[in-house]
Write a protein that binds this ligand. Structure first.
Ligand code: BTN
Length: 254
């Protein structure tokens, strides 16, 4: 068992050189009900990493990809808290990155992306697999030493990595431990209903003050983003008044 991770409360750790998807593996562990929780599944490479919706998540060598499997009941995270988990995780990643980069370059894009200098550096996928007792999976894909500089222009325009931003190599294990520790602290705050969402998120919100278009198929919400509501929804000033957006894909922000 990895000592620092055990010290933060992680009860089971699995490391894979290659796996389909850490979230898929965590779902299998949830079904089998045989490992102590929280459990961490880490992969050096995923062959079928999943993103939100039908998206795939591709991560090159040197990226950090892991999933944290939680016991929702033991961790006091009832269903009404679940929408906050991706926001809490994004804040944990934000704070870990802000220790390694100029903090003002790190921003959060509702509901679950972390951006640096306007480009995506981290995606988060929270899933509740069909398990009894209820389990939660928080998957994190963070570009660390996987430079995108040699990649296609369309990718370089939209995505970045820690090494590209800081021009140095990072210890992925150290970042894993830091992010997981921060995630567990944030989850505990969510469980204790003292998660300081609005002030911390709004200060780092990429969309705040911008005109956003949010796809809520079949409808579209458009307007000026006013920041985050305490319940985790996005506040949007539309022509018909303020709307709270609980789900959807942010298509554009200007
Ligand atoms: C997104 O931005 O759409 C979310 C991407 C989430 C990717 C991570 S990588 C670790 C975990 N395993 C997966 O298959 N997906 C998540």
């Amino acid at each position: 068992m990895d000592e620092p991770l055990a010290a933060w409360g992680v009860a089971h750790v699995e490391r894979h050189a290659e796996i389909e998807s850490t979230n898929t593996r965590a779902a299998a562990l949830a079904k089998g009900n045989a490992v102590a929780l929280p459990a961490l599944v880490i992969a050096a490479r995923q062959t079928a990493g999943r993103g939100r919706g039908a998206n795939r998540w591709w991560s090159g060598e040197g990226a950090l990809t892991f999933s944290l499997l939680l016991d929702a009941a033991a961790d006091r995270l009832p269903a009404e808290c679940w929408p906050l988990l991706s926001l809490a995780t994004a804040l944990a990643v934000n704070d870990a990155l802000a220790e390694r980069l100029p903090a003002e370059r790190v921003q959060l894009k509702w509901p679950n992306d972390v951006y640096v200098s306007g480009k995506k550096i981290c995606g988060i996928l929270v899933e509740a697999p069909p398990a009894r007792p209820p389990r939660l999976i928080v998957g994190v894909g963070l570009n660390v030493n996987n430079s995108l500089r040699g990649g296609p222009e369309e990718i370089r325009a939209r995505a970045t990595s820690l090494t590209d931003e800081a021009d140095q190599h990072f210890d992925v294990e150290e970042i894993l431990e830091d992010v997981v520790r921060r995630m567990l602290v944030e989850m505990e705050a969510v469980a204790q209903r003292r998660f300081d969402l609005t002030s911390r998120w709004d200060a780092r919100c990429l969309l705040r003050g911008r005109t956003v278009r949010i796809d809520q198929a079949p409808s579209l919400v458009a307007g000026r983003c006013l920041g985050i509501h305490i319940d985790g929804s996005l506040r949007v000033q539309t022509l018909d008044g303020e709307r709270r957006v609980y789900a959807g894909v942010v298509q554009s922000w200007e």
